[in-house]
Each structure stands twice: as C-alpha cells, then as structure tokens.
Ligand binder design. Structure first.
Ligand SMILES: [Zn+2]
Length: 243
C-alpha cells in the first residue's frame, strides 16, 4: 500500500505504519466500489431480463460484460487519479526540499508561524519548530504545510487493483442471483438480493463514516431501486417492440 521513500533510523523498512483513519478510508473506498458494482450490474441484467426474460445466455453475457467493463473503468480511473495525485505530491515535496536547502531561516520562521496558527504560544512554536527541524525538517514541513507524509505515497497499482476487486465482488451479487434456476421470477429474486446487498453497503458505509444509519441505508436502497425500475422499464419497452 505504500512505497518507502525514506526509512527513519530505527524503523524497520517493511513495518506498516498507516494510521487507522487511512485504513478506514480504504475500507470505505472498497465498500463504495462494491456498491457501484451492485447497482450498475443490477441495472444491466435486470434491463436485459426485462426484454428477454427467458434468454439466460443473453442475460449472462450482458451481466459479465457489465462486470468487466465496470471493473476496468473503475480501476483505470483510480490509477489515473492516484498517479496524478502522487506526481503532485512528489513535486510539492521536491519544491519544499529545495526551499529548505536554499532558505532555511525563512523556512524555520514559516514552520514556527504555522504552529502558532495552530494554537501554540510563540515561544513554544519556535521551540517545536527548531526541534522538529533538527530532527527531520522535510517531514515536519510536509506534514504541517502540505498535509503529506513523504514516506507514505499511495501506489496507483494498489488503488487500481483494489477498485477492480471491489467492483467485481459487488457486481457478482446481481449477476449470480439472476442466473439462479428460478424461471420467470428471476427478476424479482435478483431485485431482492440487490436491495439486501445495498442495505449492507449502506449500513457499512454509514458505520465507517460515523453517519446516521437509517437515512444512509434508505438513500442507498432508493437509488438502487430507481436504477432497477428504470432499466427494467426500458427492457420491457424494447422487449415488446422486438417481439
Ligand atoms: Zn516549508
């Protein structure tokens, strides 16, 4: 999950040191990816099933295509956005490094000023800035000024693979359930499974985000339900037109 640019003395190079907040962010991103997979794949398979309820091969093909297309699109988007963010962070760190080498006095004053803004007294801010500058000036500036941990770049590949997996896991729920041998009632069985899945993802993201659970679950279920109603209606219209 991280590439080590620098290893602090006394720190093991492979020791994980992400904080809990970061881990929760990853978990939340995973749940959101799964939610996307559930909703978009449900929309596709239920739409096709609305048009040709008996054609299991068409439903399976469309569902699998939706899974693969969605997973690649999510992974690609994630790869591009994390790469860009990492390039930006690297450029900011490089600039900070240059400034620290060229004008250490100004940088020390700047750091002390930032600690003062955060509520420390001028004397204490000065002392903290001096000690942190002696310890690791770049890390102190990166954290306070830029909000970056220079040891903790996110890997775009890890981000891409995680979203690919998260989306696929979600997409498998409607795809697998609509292919169960339940005959004509497959649309309803799939819709119920999807709503249960959305209840779970809504509940987990509310818990992770410390938000009220009821409204989060309700919103999630209403959006997913609206998606399925819309694509099912399209399927019915086209099914009637074709037959
Ligand atoms: Zn600085």
């Amino acid at each position: 999950m991280s590439e080590k640019a620098v290893t602090a003395p006394g720190q093991h190079p492979h020791e994980p040191h992400e904080n809990l907040g970061q881990r929760l962010n990853w978990l939340r991103a995973g749940v959101l990816g799964a939610n996307d997979g559930i909703v978009s794949t449900a929309g596709v398979v239920i739409g096709v099933a609305g048009a040709t309820p008996g054609n299991v091969l068409a439903i399976a093909t469309a569902g699998l295509a939706a899974l693969v297309a969605g997973a690649f699109s999510m992974a690609g988007g994630e790869y591009v956005s994390v790469s860009t963010q990492r390039d930006t962070e690297r450029a900011m760190i490089a600039k900070e490094k240059r400034e620290l080498a060229e004008m250490p006095e100004e940088e020390l004053r700047e750091l002390a000023g930032l600690y003062e803004q955060r509520g420390l007294s001028p004397e204490l801010a000065q002392q903290v800035a001096e000690e942190l500058t002696a310890h690791d000036a770049l890390a102190a500036h990166a954290e306070v000024e830029l909000g970056i941990d220079p040891d903790e770049y996110t890997s775009p590949w890890v981000a891409a693979v995680s979203s690919f997996v998260a989306f696929s896991v979600g997409a498998l729920i409607p795809l697998a359930v609509i292919l169960l041998p339940v005959g004509e009632s497959r649309v309803w069985v799939a819709a119920v499974a999807v709503l249960i899945g959305l209840l779970l993802t809504g509940w987990i993201s509310a818990v992770l985000g410390k938000a009220p659970r009821g409204p989060a679950i309700l919103r999630n279920i209403v959006m997913g339900g609206a998606t399925m109603i819309a694509t099912y209606a399209i399927g019915l219209l086209f099914g009637v037109a074709v037959s």
